[in-house]
Ligand binder design. Structure first.
Ligand code: HEM
Length: 437
């Protein structure tokens, strides 16, 4: 029997009795089923209580495709202002540490309200035009080939360490025009930023993370100073710095500093994790892998299906600016929402057999992994292009690739998802290029 989500207090009111309320109460975004498979973990919610309050998280969870789209569509009623807020509030000690670094992360693009957001987005759009993408393409292919040359005769490699971490990072830094001299430190910083924003660090971890985040903030400031010395520099952040000088009210100082820190993660971690998920998914579905090896024209839709079935951003946030209704649930002003794209992406109501991976699916592109509406990801075509080129090169040069025996591990958090390692194996004697060098 369908249980209505009409009563916002449903979970609290009937605690102990109703099994669905118990599910809502037990929902934990940082461990257990949600960390193992967020879409599967919310199947009960999609079927029975598509909007529910999670007392553990203090958020309303939204799990159906149409409801998530409704929330994304209305950026005024459902403000993105909480998108980069620490989901686990900082301890007083961690706050002290952050203060010591002058940490002042504020509005970027993704968490900016209208009308400031659209004005800024328009002012900074030029770099994302298709012609610019063309230029990035050659670089992605060259970097991918170089990385593959280094391991193609080894027979076993962790794809993350060998390729999927660094190539998107290099592409991101190049696109942004950020100097590539401190790539090693950025890995620590990115993880700290993700845990700080979307994770549940213990009190002790909070302090260590606050130091990393503070240093990331300082580092971002130093990069800006360095880039200001090169007024002719190329790349999106150089453009941003010039616009900051031209129109400081639209592209503010605070925006430039906050964005410098956020975009390195937004442009890089998202793509690395999505690519890691893609290889894991395709190699676990051998027929699909064999099909794209035989017919590379299937790759673009396979990329979309991977983004739908196993995207790297599994949940995003919004906050109501007035009383609102989602599905049949009334929400008060100021309600915080966790909109779980991974769940919407497998919603039967929009995707037939939504929990099946199918590279021939004709509406795979409808997925919500890049968000939707006025804040939809500006870099989506860069991410897609990188994923497509990884597949083109890997299926051509290593069609006999297979997943090695391994246990996959993930960084526990609400939103960024992808395995820490993807170990793969193959027999180098069977590499096609040995037969046809
Ligand atoms: C925004 C996902 C790659 C730049 C977003 C949002 C998501 C997302 C979920 C928020 C959308 C919303 O609120 O509706 C992803 C995924 C990627 C990816 C899954 C890779 C597979 C990139 C890349 C760049 C980028 C490569 C830049 C080069 C941005 C920017 C925004 C954004 C600037 C803010 C847009 C706005 O608020 O107007 N992305 N992203 N992203 N992304 Fe991405």
């Amino acid at each position: 029997q369908e249980i209505s989500g009409g009563c916002p207090m449903h979970a609290a009111a009937s605690a102990g009795g109703c099994p669905v309320s118990q599910m809502a109460e037990a929902f934990d975004a940082f461990e257990g089923p949600y960390q193992i498979d967020p879409a599967e973990a919310l199947r009960w919610s999609r079927d029975q209580l598509p909007v529910f309050y999670s007392p553990k998280l203090g958020y309303w969870v939204v799990s159906r495709y149409e409801d998530i789209k409704t929330v994304f569509r209305d950026g005024i009623l459902f403000s993105p202002r909480n998108v980069l807020e620490k989901i686990t509030p900082a301890t007083p000690e961690a706050m002290e540490v952050l203060k010591g670094y002058g940490y002042a992360m504020n509005r970027t693009m993704v968490n900016e309200d209208e009308p400031a957001h659209m004005e800024r987005r328009r002012a900074l759009m030029d770099h994302f035009i298709p012609a610019n993408l063309e230029q990035q393409q050659d670089m992605v292919r060259r970097l991918t080939r170089e990385k593959m040359d280094a391991f193609i005769n080894d027979g076993r490699v962790d794809l993350i360490d060998a390729m999927l971490y660094e190539v998107p990072l290099n592409v991101a830094l190049h696109f942004l025009g950020v100097p590539e001299d401190e790539i090693a430190v950025l890995r620590n910083f990115s993880v700290a930023h993700s845990v700080n924003t979307w994770g549940k660090p213990t009190d002790d971890e909070q302090v260590a993370i606050a130091h990393d985040v503070g240093q990331f903030w300082e580092y971002a400031g130093k990069i800006i100073e360095k880039m200001k010395q090169e007024p002719e520099g190329t790349g999106w952040m150089h453009e941003t710095i010039r616009k900051n000088a031209e129109m400081p009210d639209v592209v503010t100082d605070s925006y430039v500093h906050s964005m410098m820190m956020a975009i390195i993660v937004a442009a890089h971690e998202t793509t690395s994790l999505a690519s890691a998920n893609m290889f894991k998914t395709l190699l676990s579905n051998r027929e699909a892998w064999d099909d794209i090896c035989a017919d590379p024209s299937l790759i673009p839709n396979a990329v979309e299906e991977c983004l739908r079935y196993a995207g790297s951003i599994v949940a995003w946030r919004r906050q109501t600016t007035a009383p609102a209704r989602v599905g049949d649930v009334d929400l008060p002003e100021g309600a915080k929402l966790l909109i779980v794209q991974a769940s919407g992406n497998q919603d039967e109501r929009h995707f037939e057999d939504g929990d099946k991976f199918d590279i021939y699916r004709d509406n795979a592109v409808d997925h919500l992994t890049f968000g939707y509406g006025s804040h939809q990801c500006m870099g989506k075509n860069i991410g897609r292009m990188e994923m497509r080129i990884f597949l083109e090169e890997m299926t051509r040069r290593l069609p006999h690739l297979r997943l090695a025996e391994q246990e996959f591990t993930y960084l526990p958090n609400t939103s960024f998802r992808g395995p820490d390692h993807v170990w793969v194996e193959w027999d180098p004697a069977l590499n096609p290029e040995r037969e046809h060098p």
